[in-house]
Each structure stands twice: as C-alpha cells, then as structure tokens.
Design a protein around this ligand. Structure first.
Ligand SMILES: [Zn+2]
Length: 259
C-alpha cells in the first residue's frame, strides 16, 4: 500500500507531467503517428525555429472540433485524460470544497447548459486537483477587515488521496504511451549505424533522456563512448549529431528511390 505521503508526492508529479506534455499531445493529434525515429524528446531541437510553431490551443478537446484527427491514439488519450481529470475534480470538489460561490478557486460543476470549470480545459483541472492533493488553502483565512472566514477546502480524506493518486498516474501513463515517451526499447527502423552498419536501438524512459546504442559492440568505430555493456552509446547531447549523420547517410537512397 502506498503511503499517503508517497501518494501525494507521486500524484502531484504525475499531474505536472501531464500538464507539461499536454501541448505535445494536442500537436500529436493533428500529426500522423510518429515514427520511433527521431525520438520525440528531440522535437524541440528539430522543429523549425520558434515563431513557426503552431499555437497550442488550451480549449478542452471535448469542446473543440477535430474533424480529421491524424492520430486517433493521441486523440483517445487526450479525451481519456480530460474525462478522468474532470470527473476526479467533480468527486474531490463534492467532498472537500467549502469556498463561497464567488471564490475563483472553486471548481464549478457542469450543468446541461454550462460546462462549468471544464471549459477551462485540462490544465486548470490538473492544477486544481494538484492543489487538493497538496491540501492547499485548507486553513481559515483572514479577510481585509480582520475577520476569519472558513477554509476554502477541507484536507483530502485518505481514500480520496489514493483515488486522486491512482487517476493521476493512470492519465500520466496513457499520455506518455500515446507520445511514445514511456519506457521502451525499439530498433531504429531502416537506419543502420553510419559507422558500422549495425542495428541501432533507441532507449526511452519518461524519467531519463533518450539514448541510442549500436548493437555491434566494441568494434563499432562511432566517435562516442561505450555503455556498461560495451556498446557505443549516443547520450542526449550526442543525439542531434546522430540525427544529422543518419539523415546524411539516408539521402542517397532516397534520391535513388525518387529517380
Ligand atoms: Zn555502430
């Protein structure tokens, strides 16, 4: 059983990851499913210079039209994330919200005619749930005239703390999987090592920078260090150079194919 302290800490971290990756997920919905190469973590380096970046909309997916999503996995993950976090916020608000109606910290429930706080999108829901996980605003508050008013929120009871932790982790896992950022090891397709023609493998993990290894072992002449298994390894800082080397190695074949 996870301790309350761990549930609090892990749940909040999962919500921050979801918020950090949300823009990527929205972009992914509009883009055909990504090839394993190049790794998505490099996309900021490889995309056109800032200024050309599409504006990421914050409106909830459920309220937006997406007439032709290019990546249904990403859309499903996004809709699941919104639904799960919106429903979780409803549950937590029903249990611990005491703030007066005019308090902007309130989570407002949807009605038939009004989406309530859901209209502010996943970001706000994630921030709001994180506040409850961390028991923010659970002390009586002093007003300007010196009077004390009741705390806007009650501390989260333990069973809801565990529920919030479970939902946050599930949403995080789903979003990371849809983006190919979960822990996985995949061969780099159709791109052998430019130095020895060995097979390259991409290793990704949500908590670590991606790296690439060459299957050949010590005899590979690539200008990078060995890992603990004696394989040439391109760590994070060496990856942009590898992307360029692989593209350069590939271009003659593509030209031949086009001819
Ligand atoms: Zn090699």
């Amino acid at each position: 059983m996870t301790s309350p302290q761990t549930a609090r800490h892990e749940g909040a971290a999962a919500l921050r990851t979801v918020r950090a990756q949300w823009g990527e997920l929205l972009l992914a919905i509009e883009t055909p499913p990504a090839e394993p190469w190049p790794p998505r973590q490099l996309s900021h380096l490889l995309r056109p210079a800032a200024g050309d970046e599409p504006l990421v909309e914050r409106a909830p997916l459920v309220l937006r039209e997406h007439p032709a999503p290019a990546n249904l996995d990403a859309l499903d993950a996004g809709l699941h994330a919104e639904r799960a976090l919106f429903d979780l916020a409803d549950t937590l608000a029903a249990a611990v919200q005491r703030a007066p109606l005019d308090d902007p910290r309130r989570w407002t429930f949807r009605s038939l005619s009004d989406p309530g706080s859901r209209a502010h999108g996943l970001h706000w829901a994630a921030v709001w749930v994180e506040g409850r996980l961390l028991d923010e605003d659970t002390e009586p508050e002093q007003q300007l005239d010196g009077t004390l008013t009741a705390a806007p929120f009650l501390p989260l009871p333990e069973h809801l703390l565990h529920e919030a932790h479970r939902v946050a982790r599930a949403v995080e896992g789903r979003v990371l999987r849809a983006l190919g950022l979960d822990a996985r090891t995949v061969p780099v397709p159709e791109r052998p090592c430019p130095w020895c023609k060995g097979e390259l493998t991409l290793h990704t993990d949500p908590d670590e920078a991606p790296r690439v290894t060459c299957s050949t072992g010590p005899s590979c002449t690539a200008p990078v260090p060995y890992d603990e298994l004696g394989r040439r390894v391109w760590e994070w800082h060496a990856l942009p150079a590898l992307v360029i080397a692989l593209d350069a190695a590939q271009q003659p074949t593509e030209r031949a194919r086009a001819a």
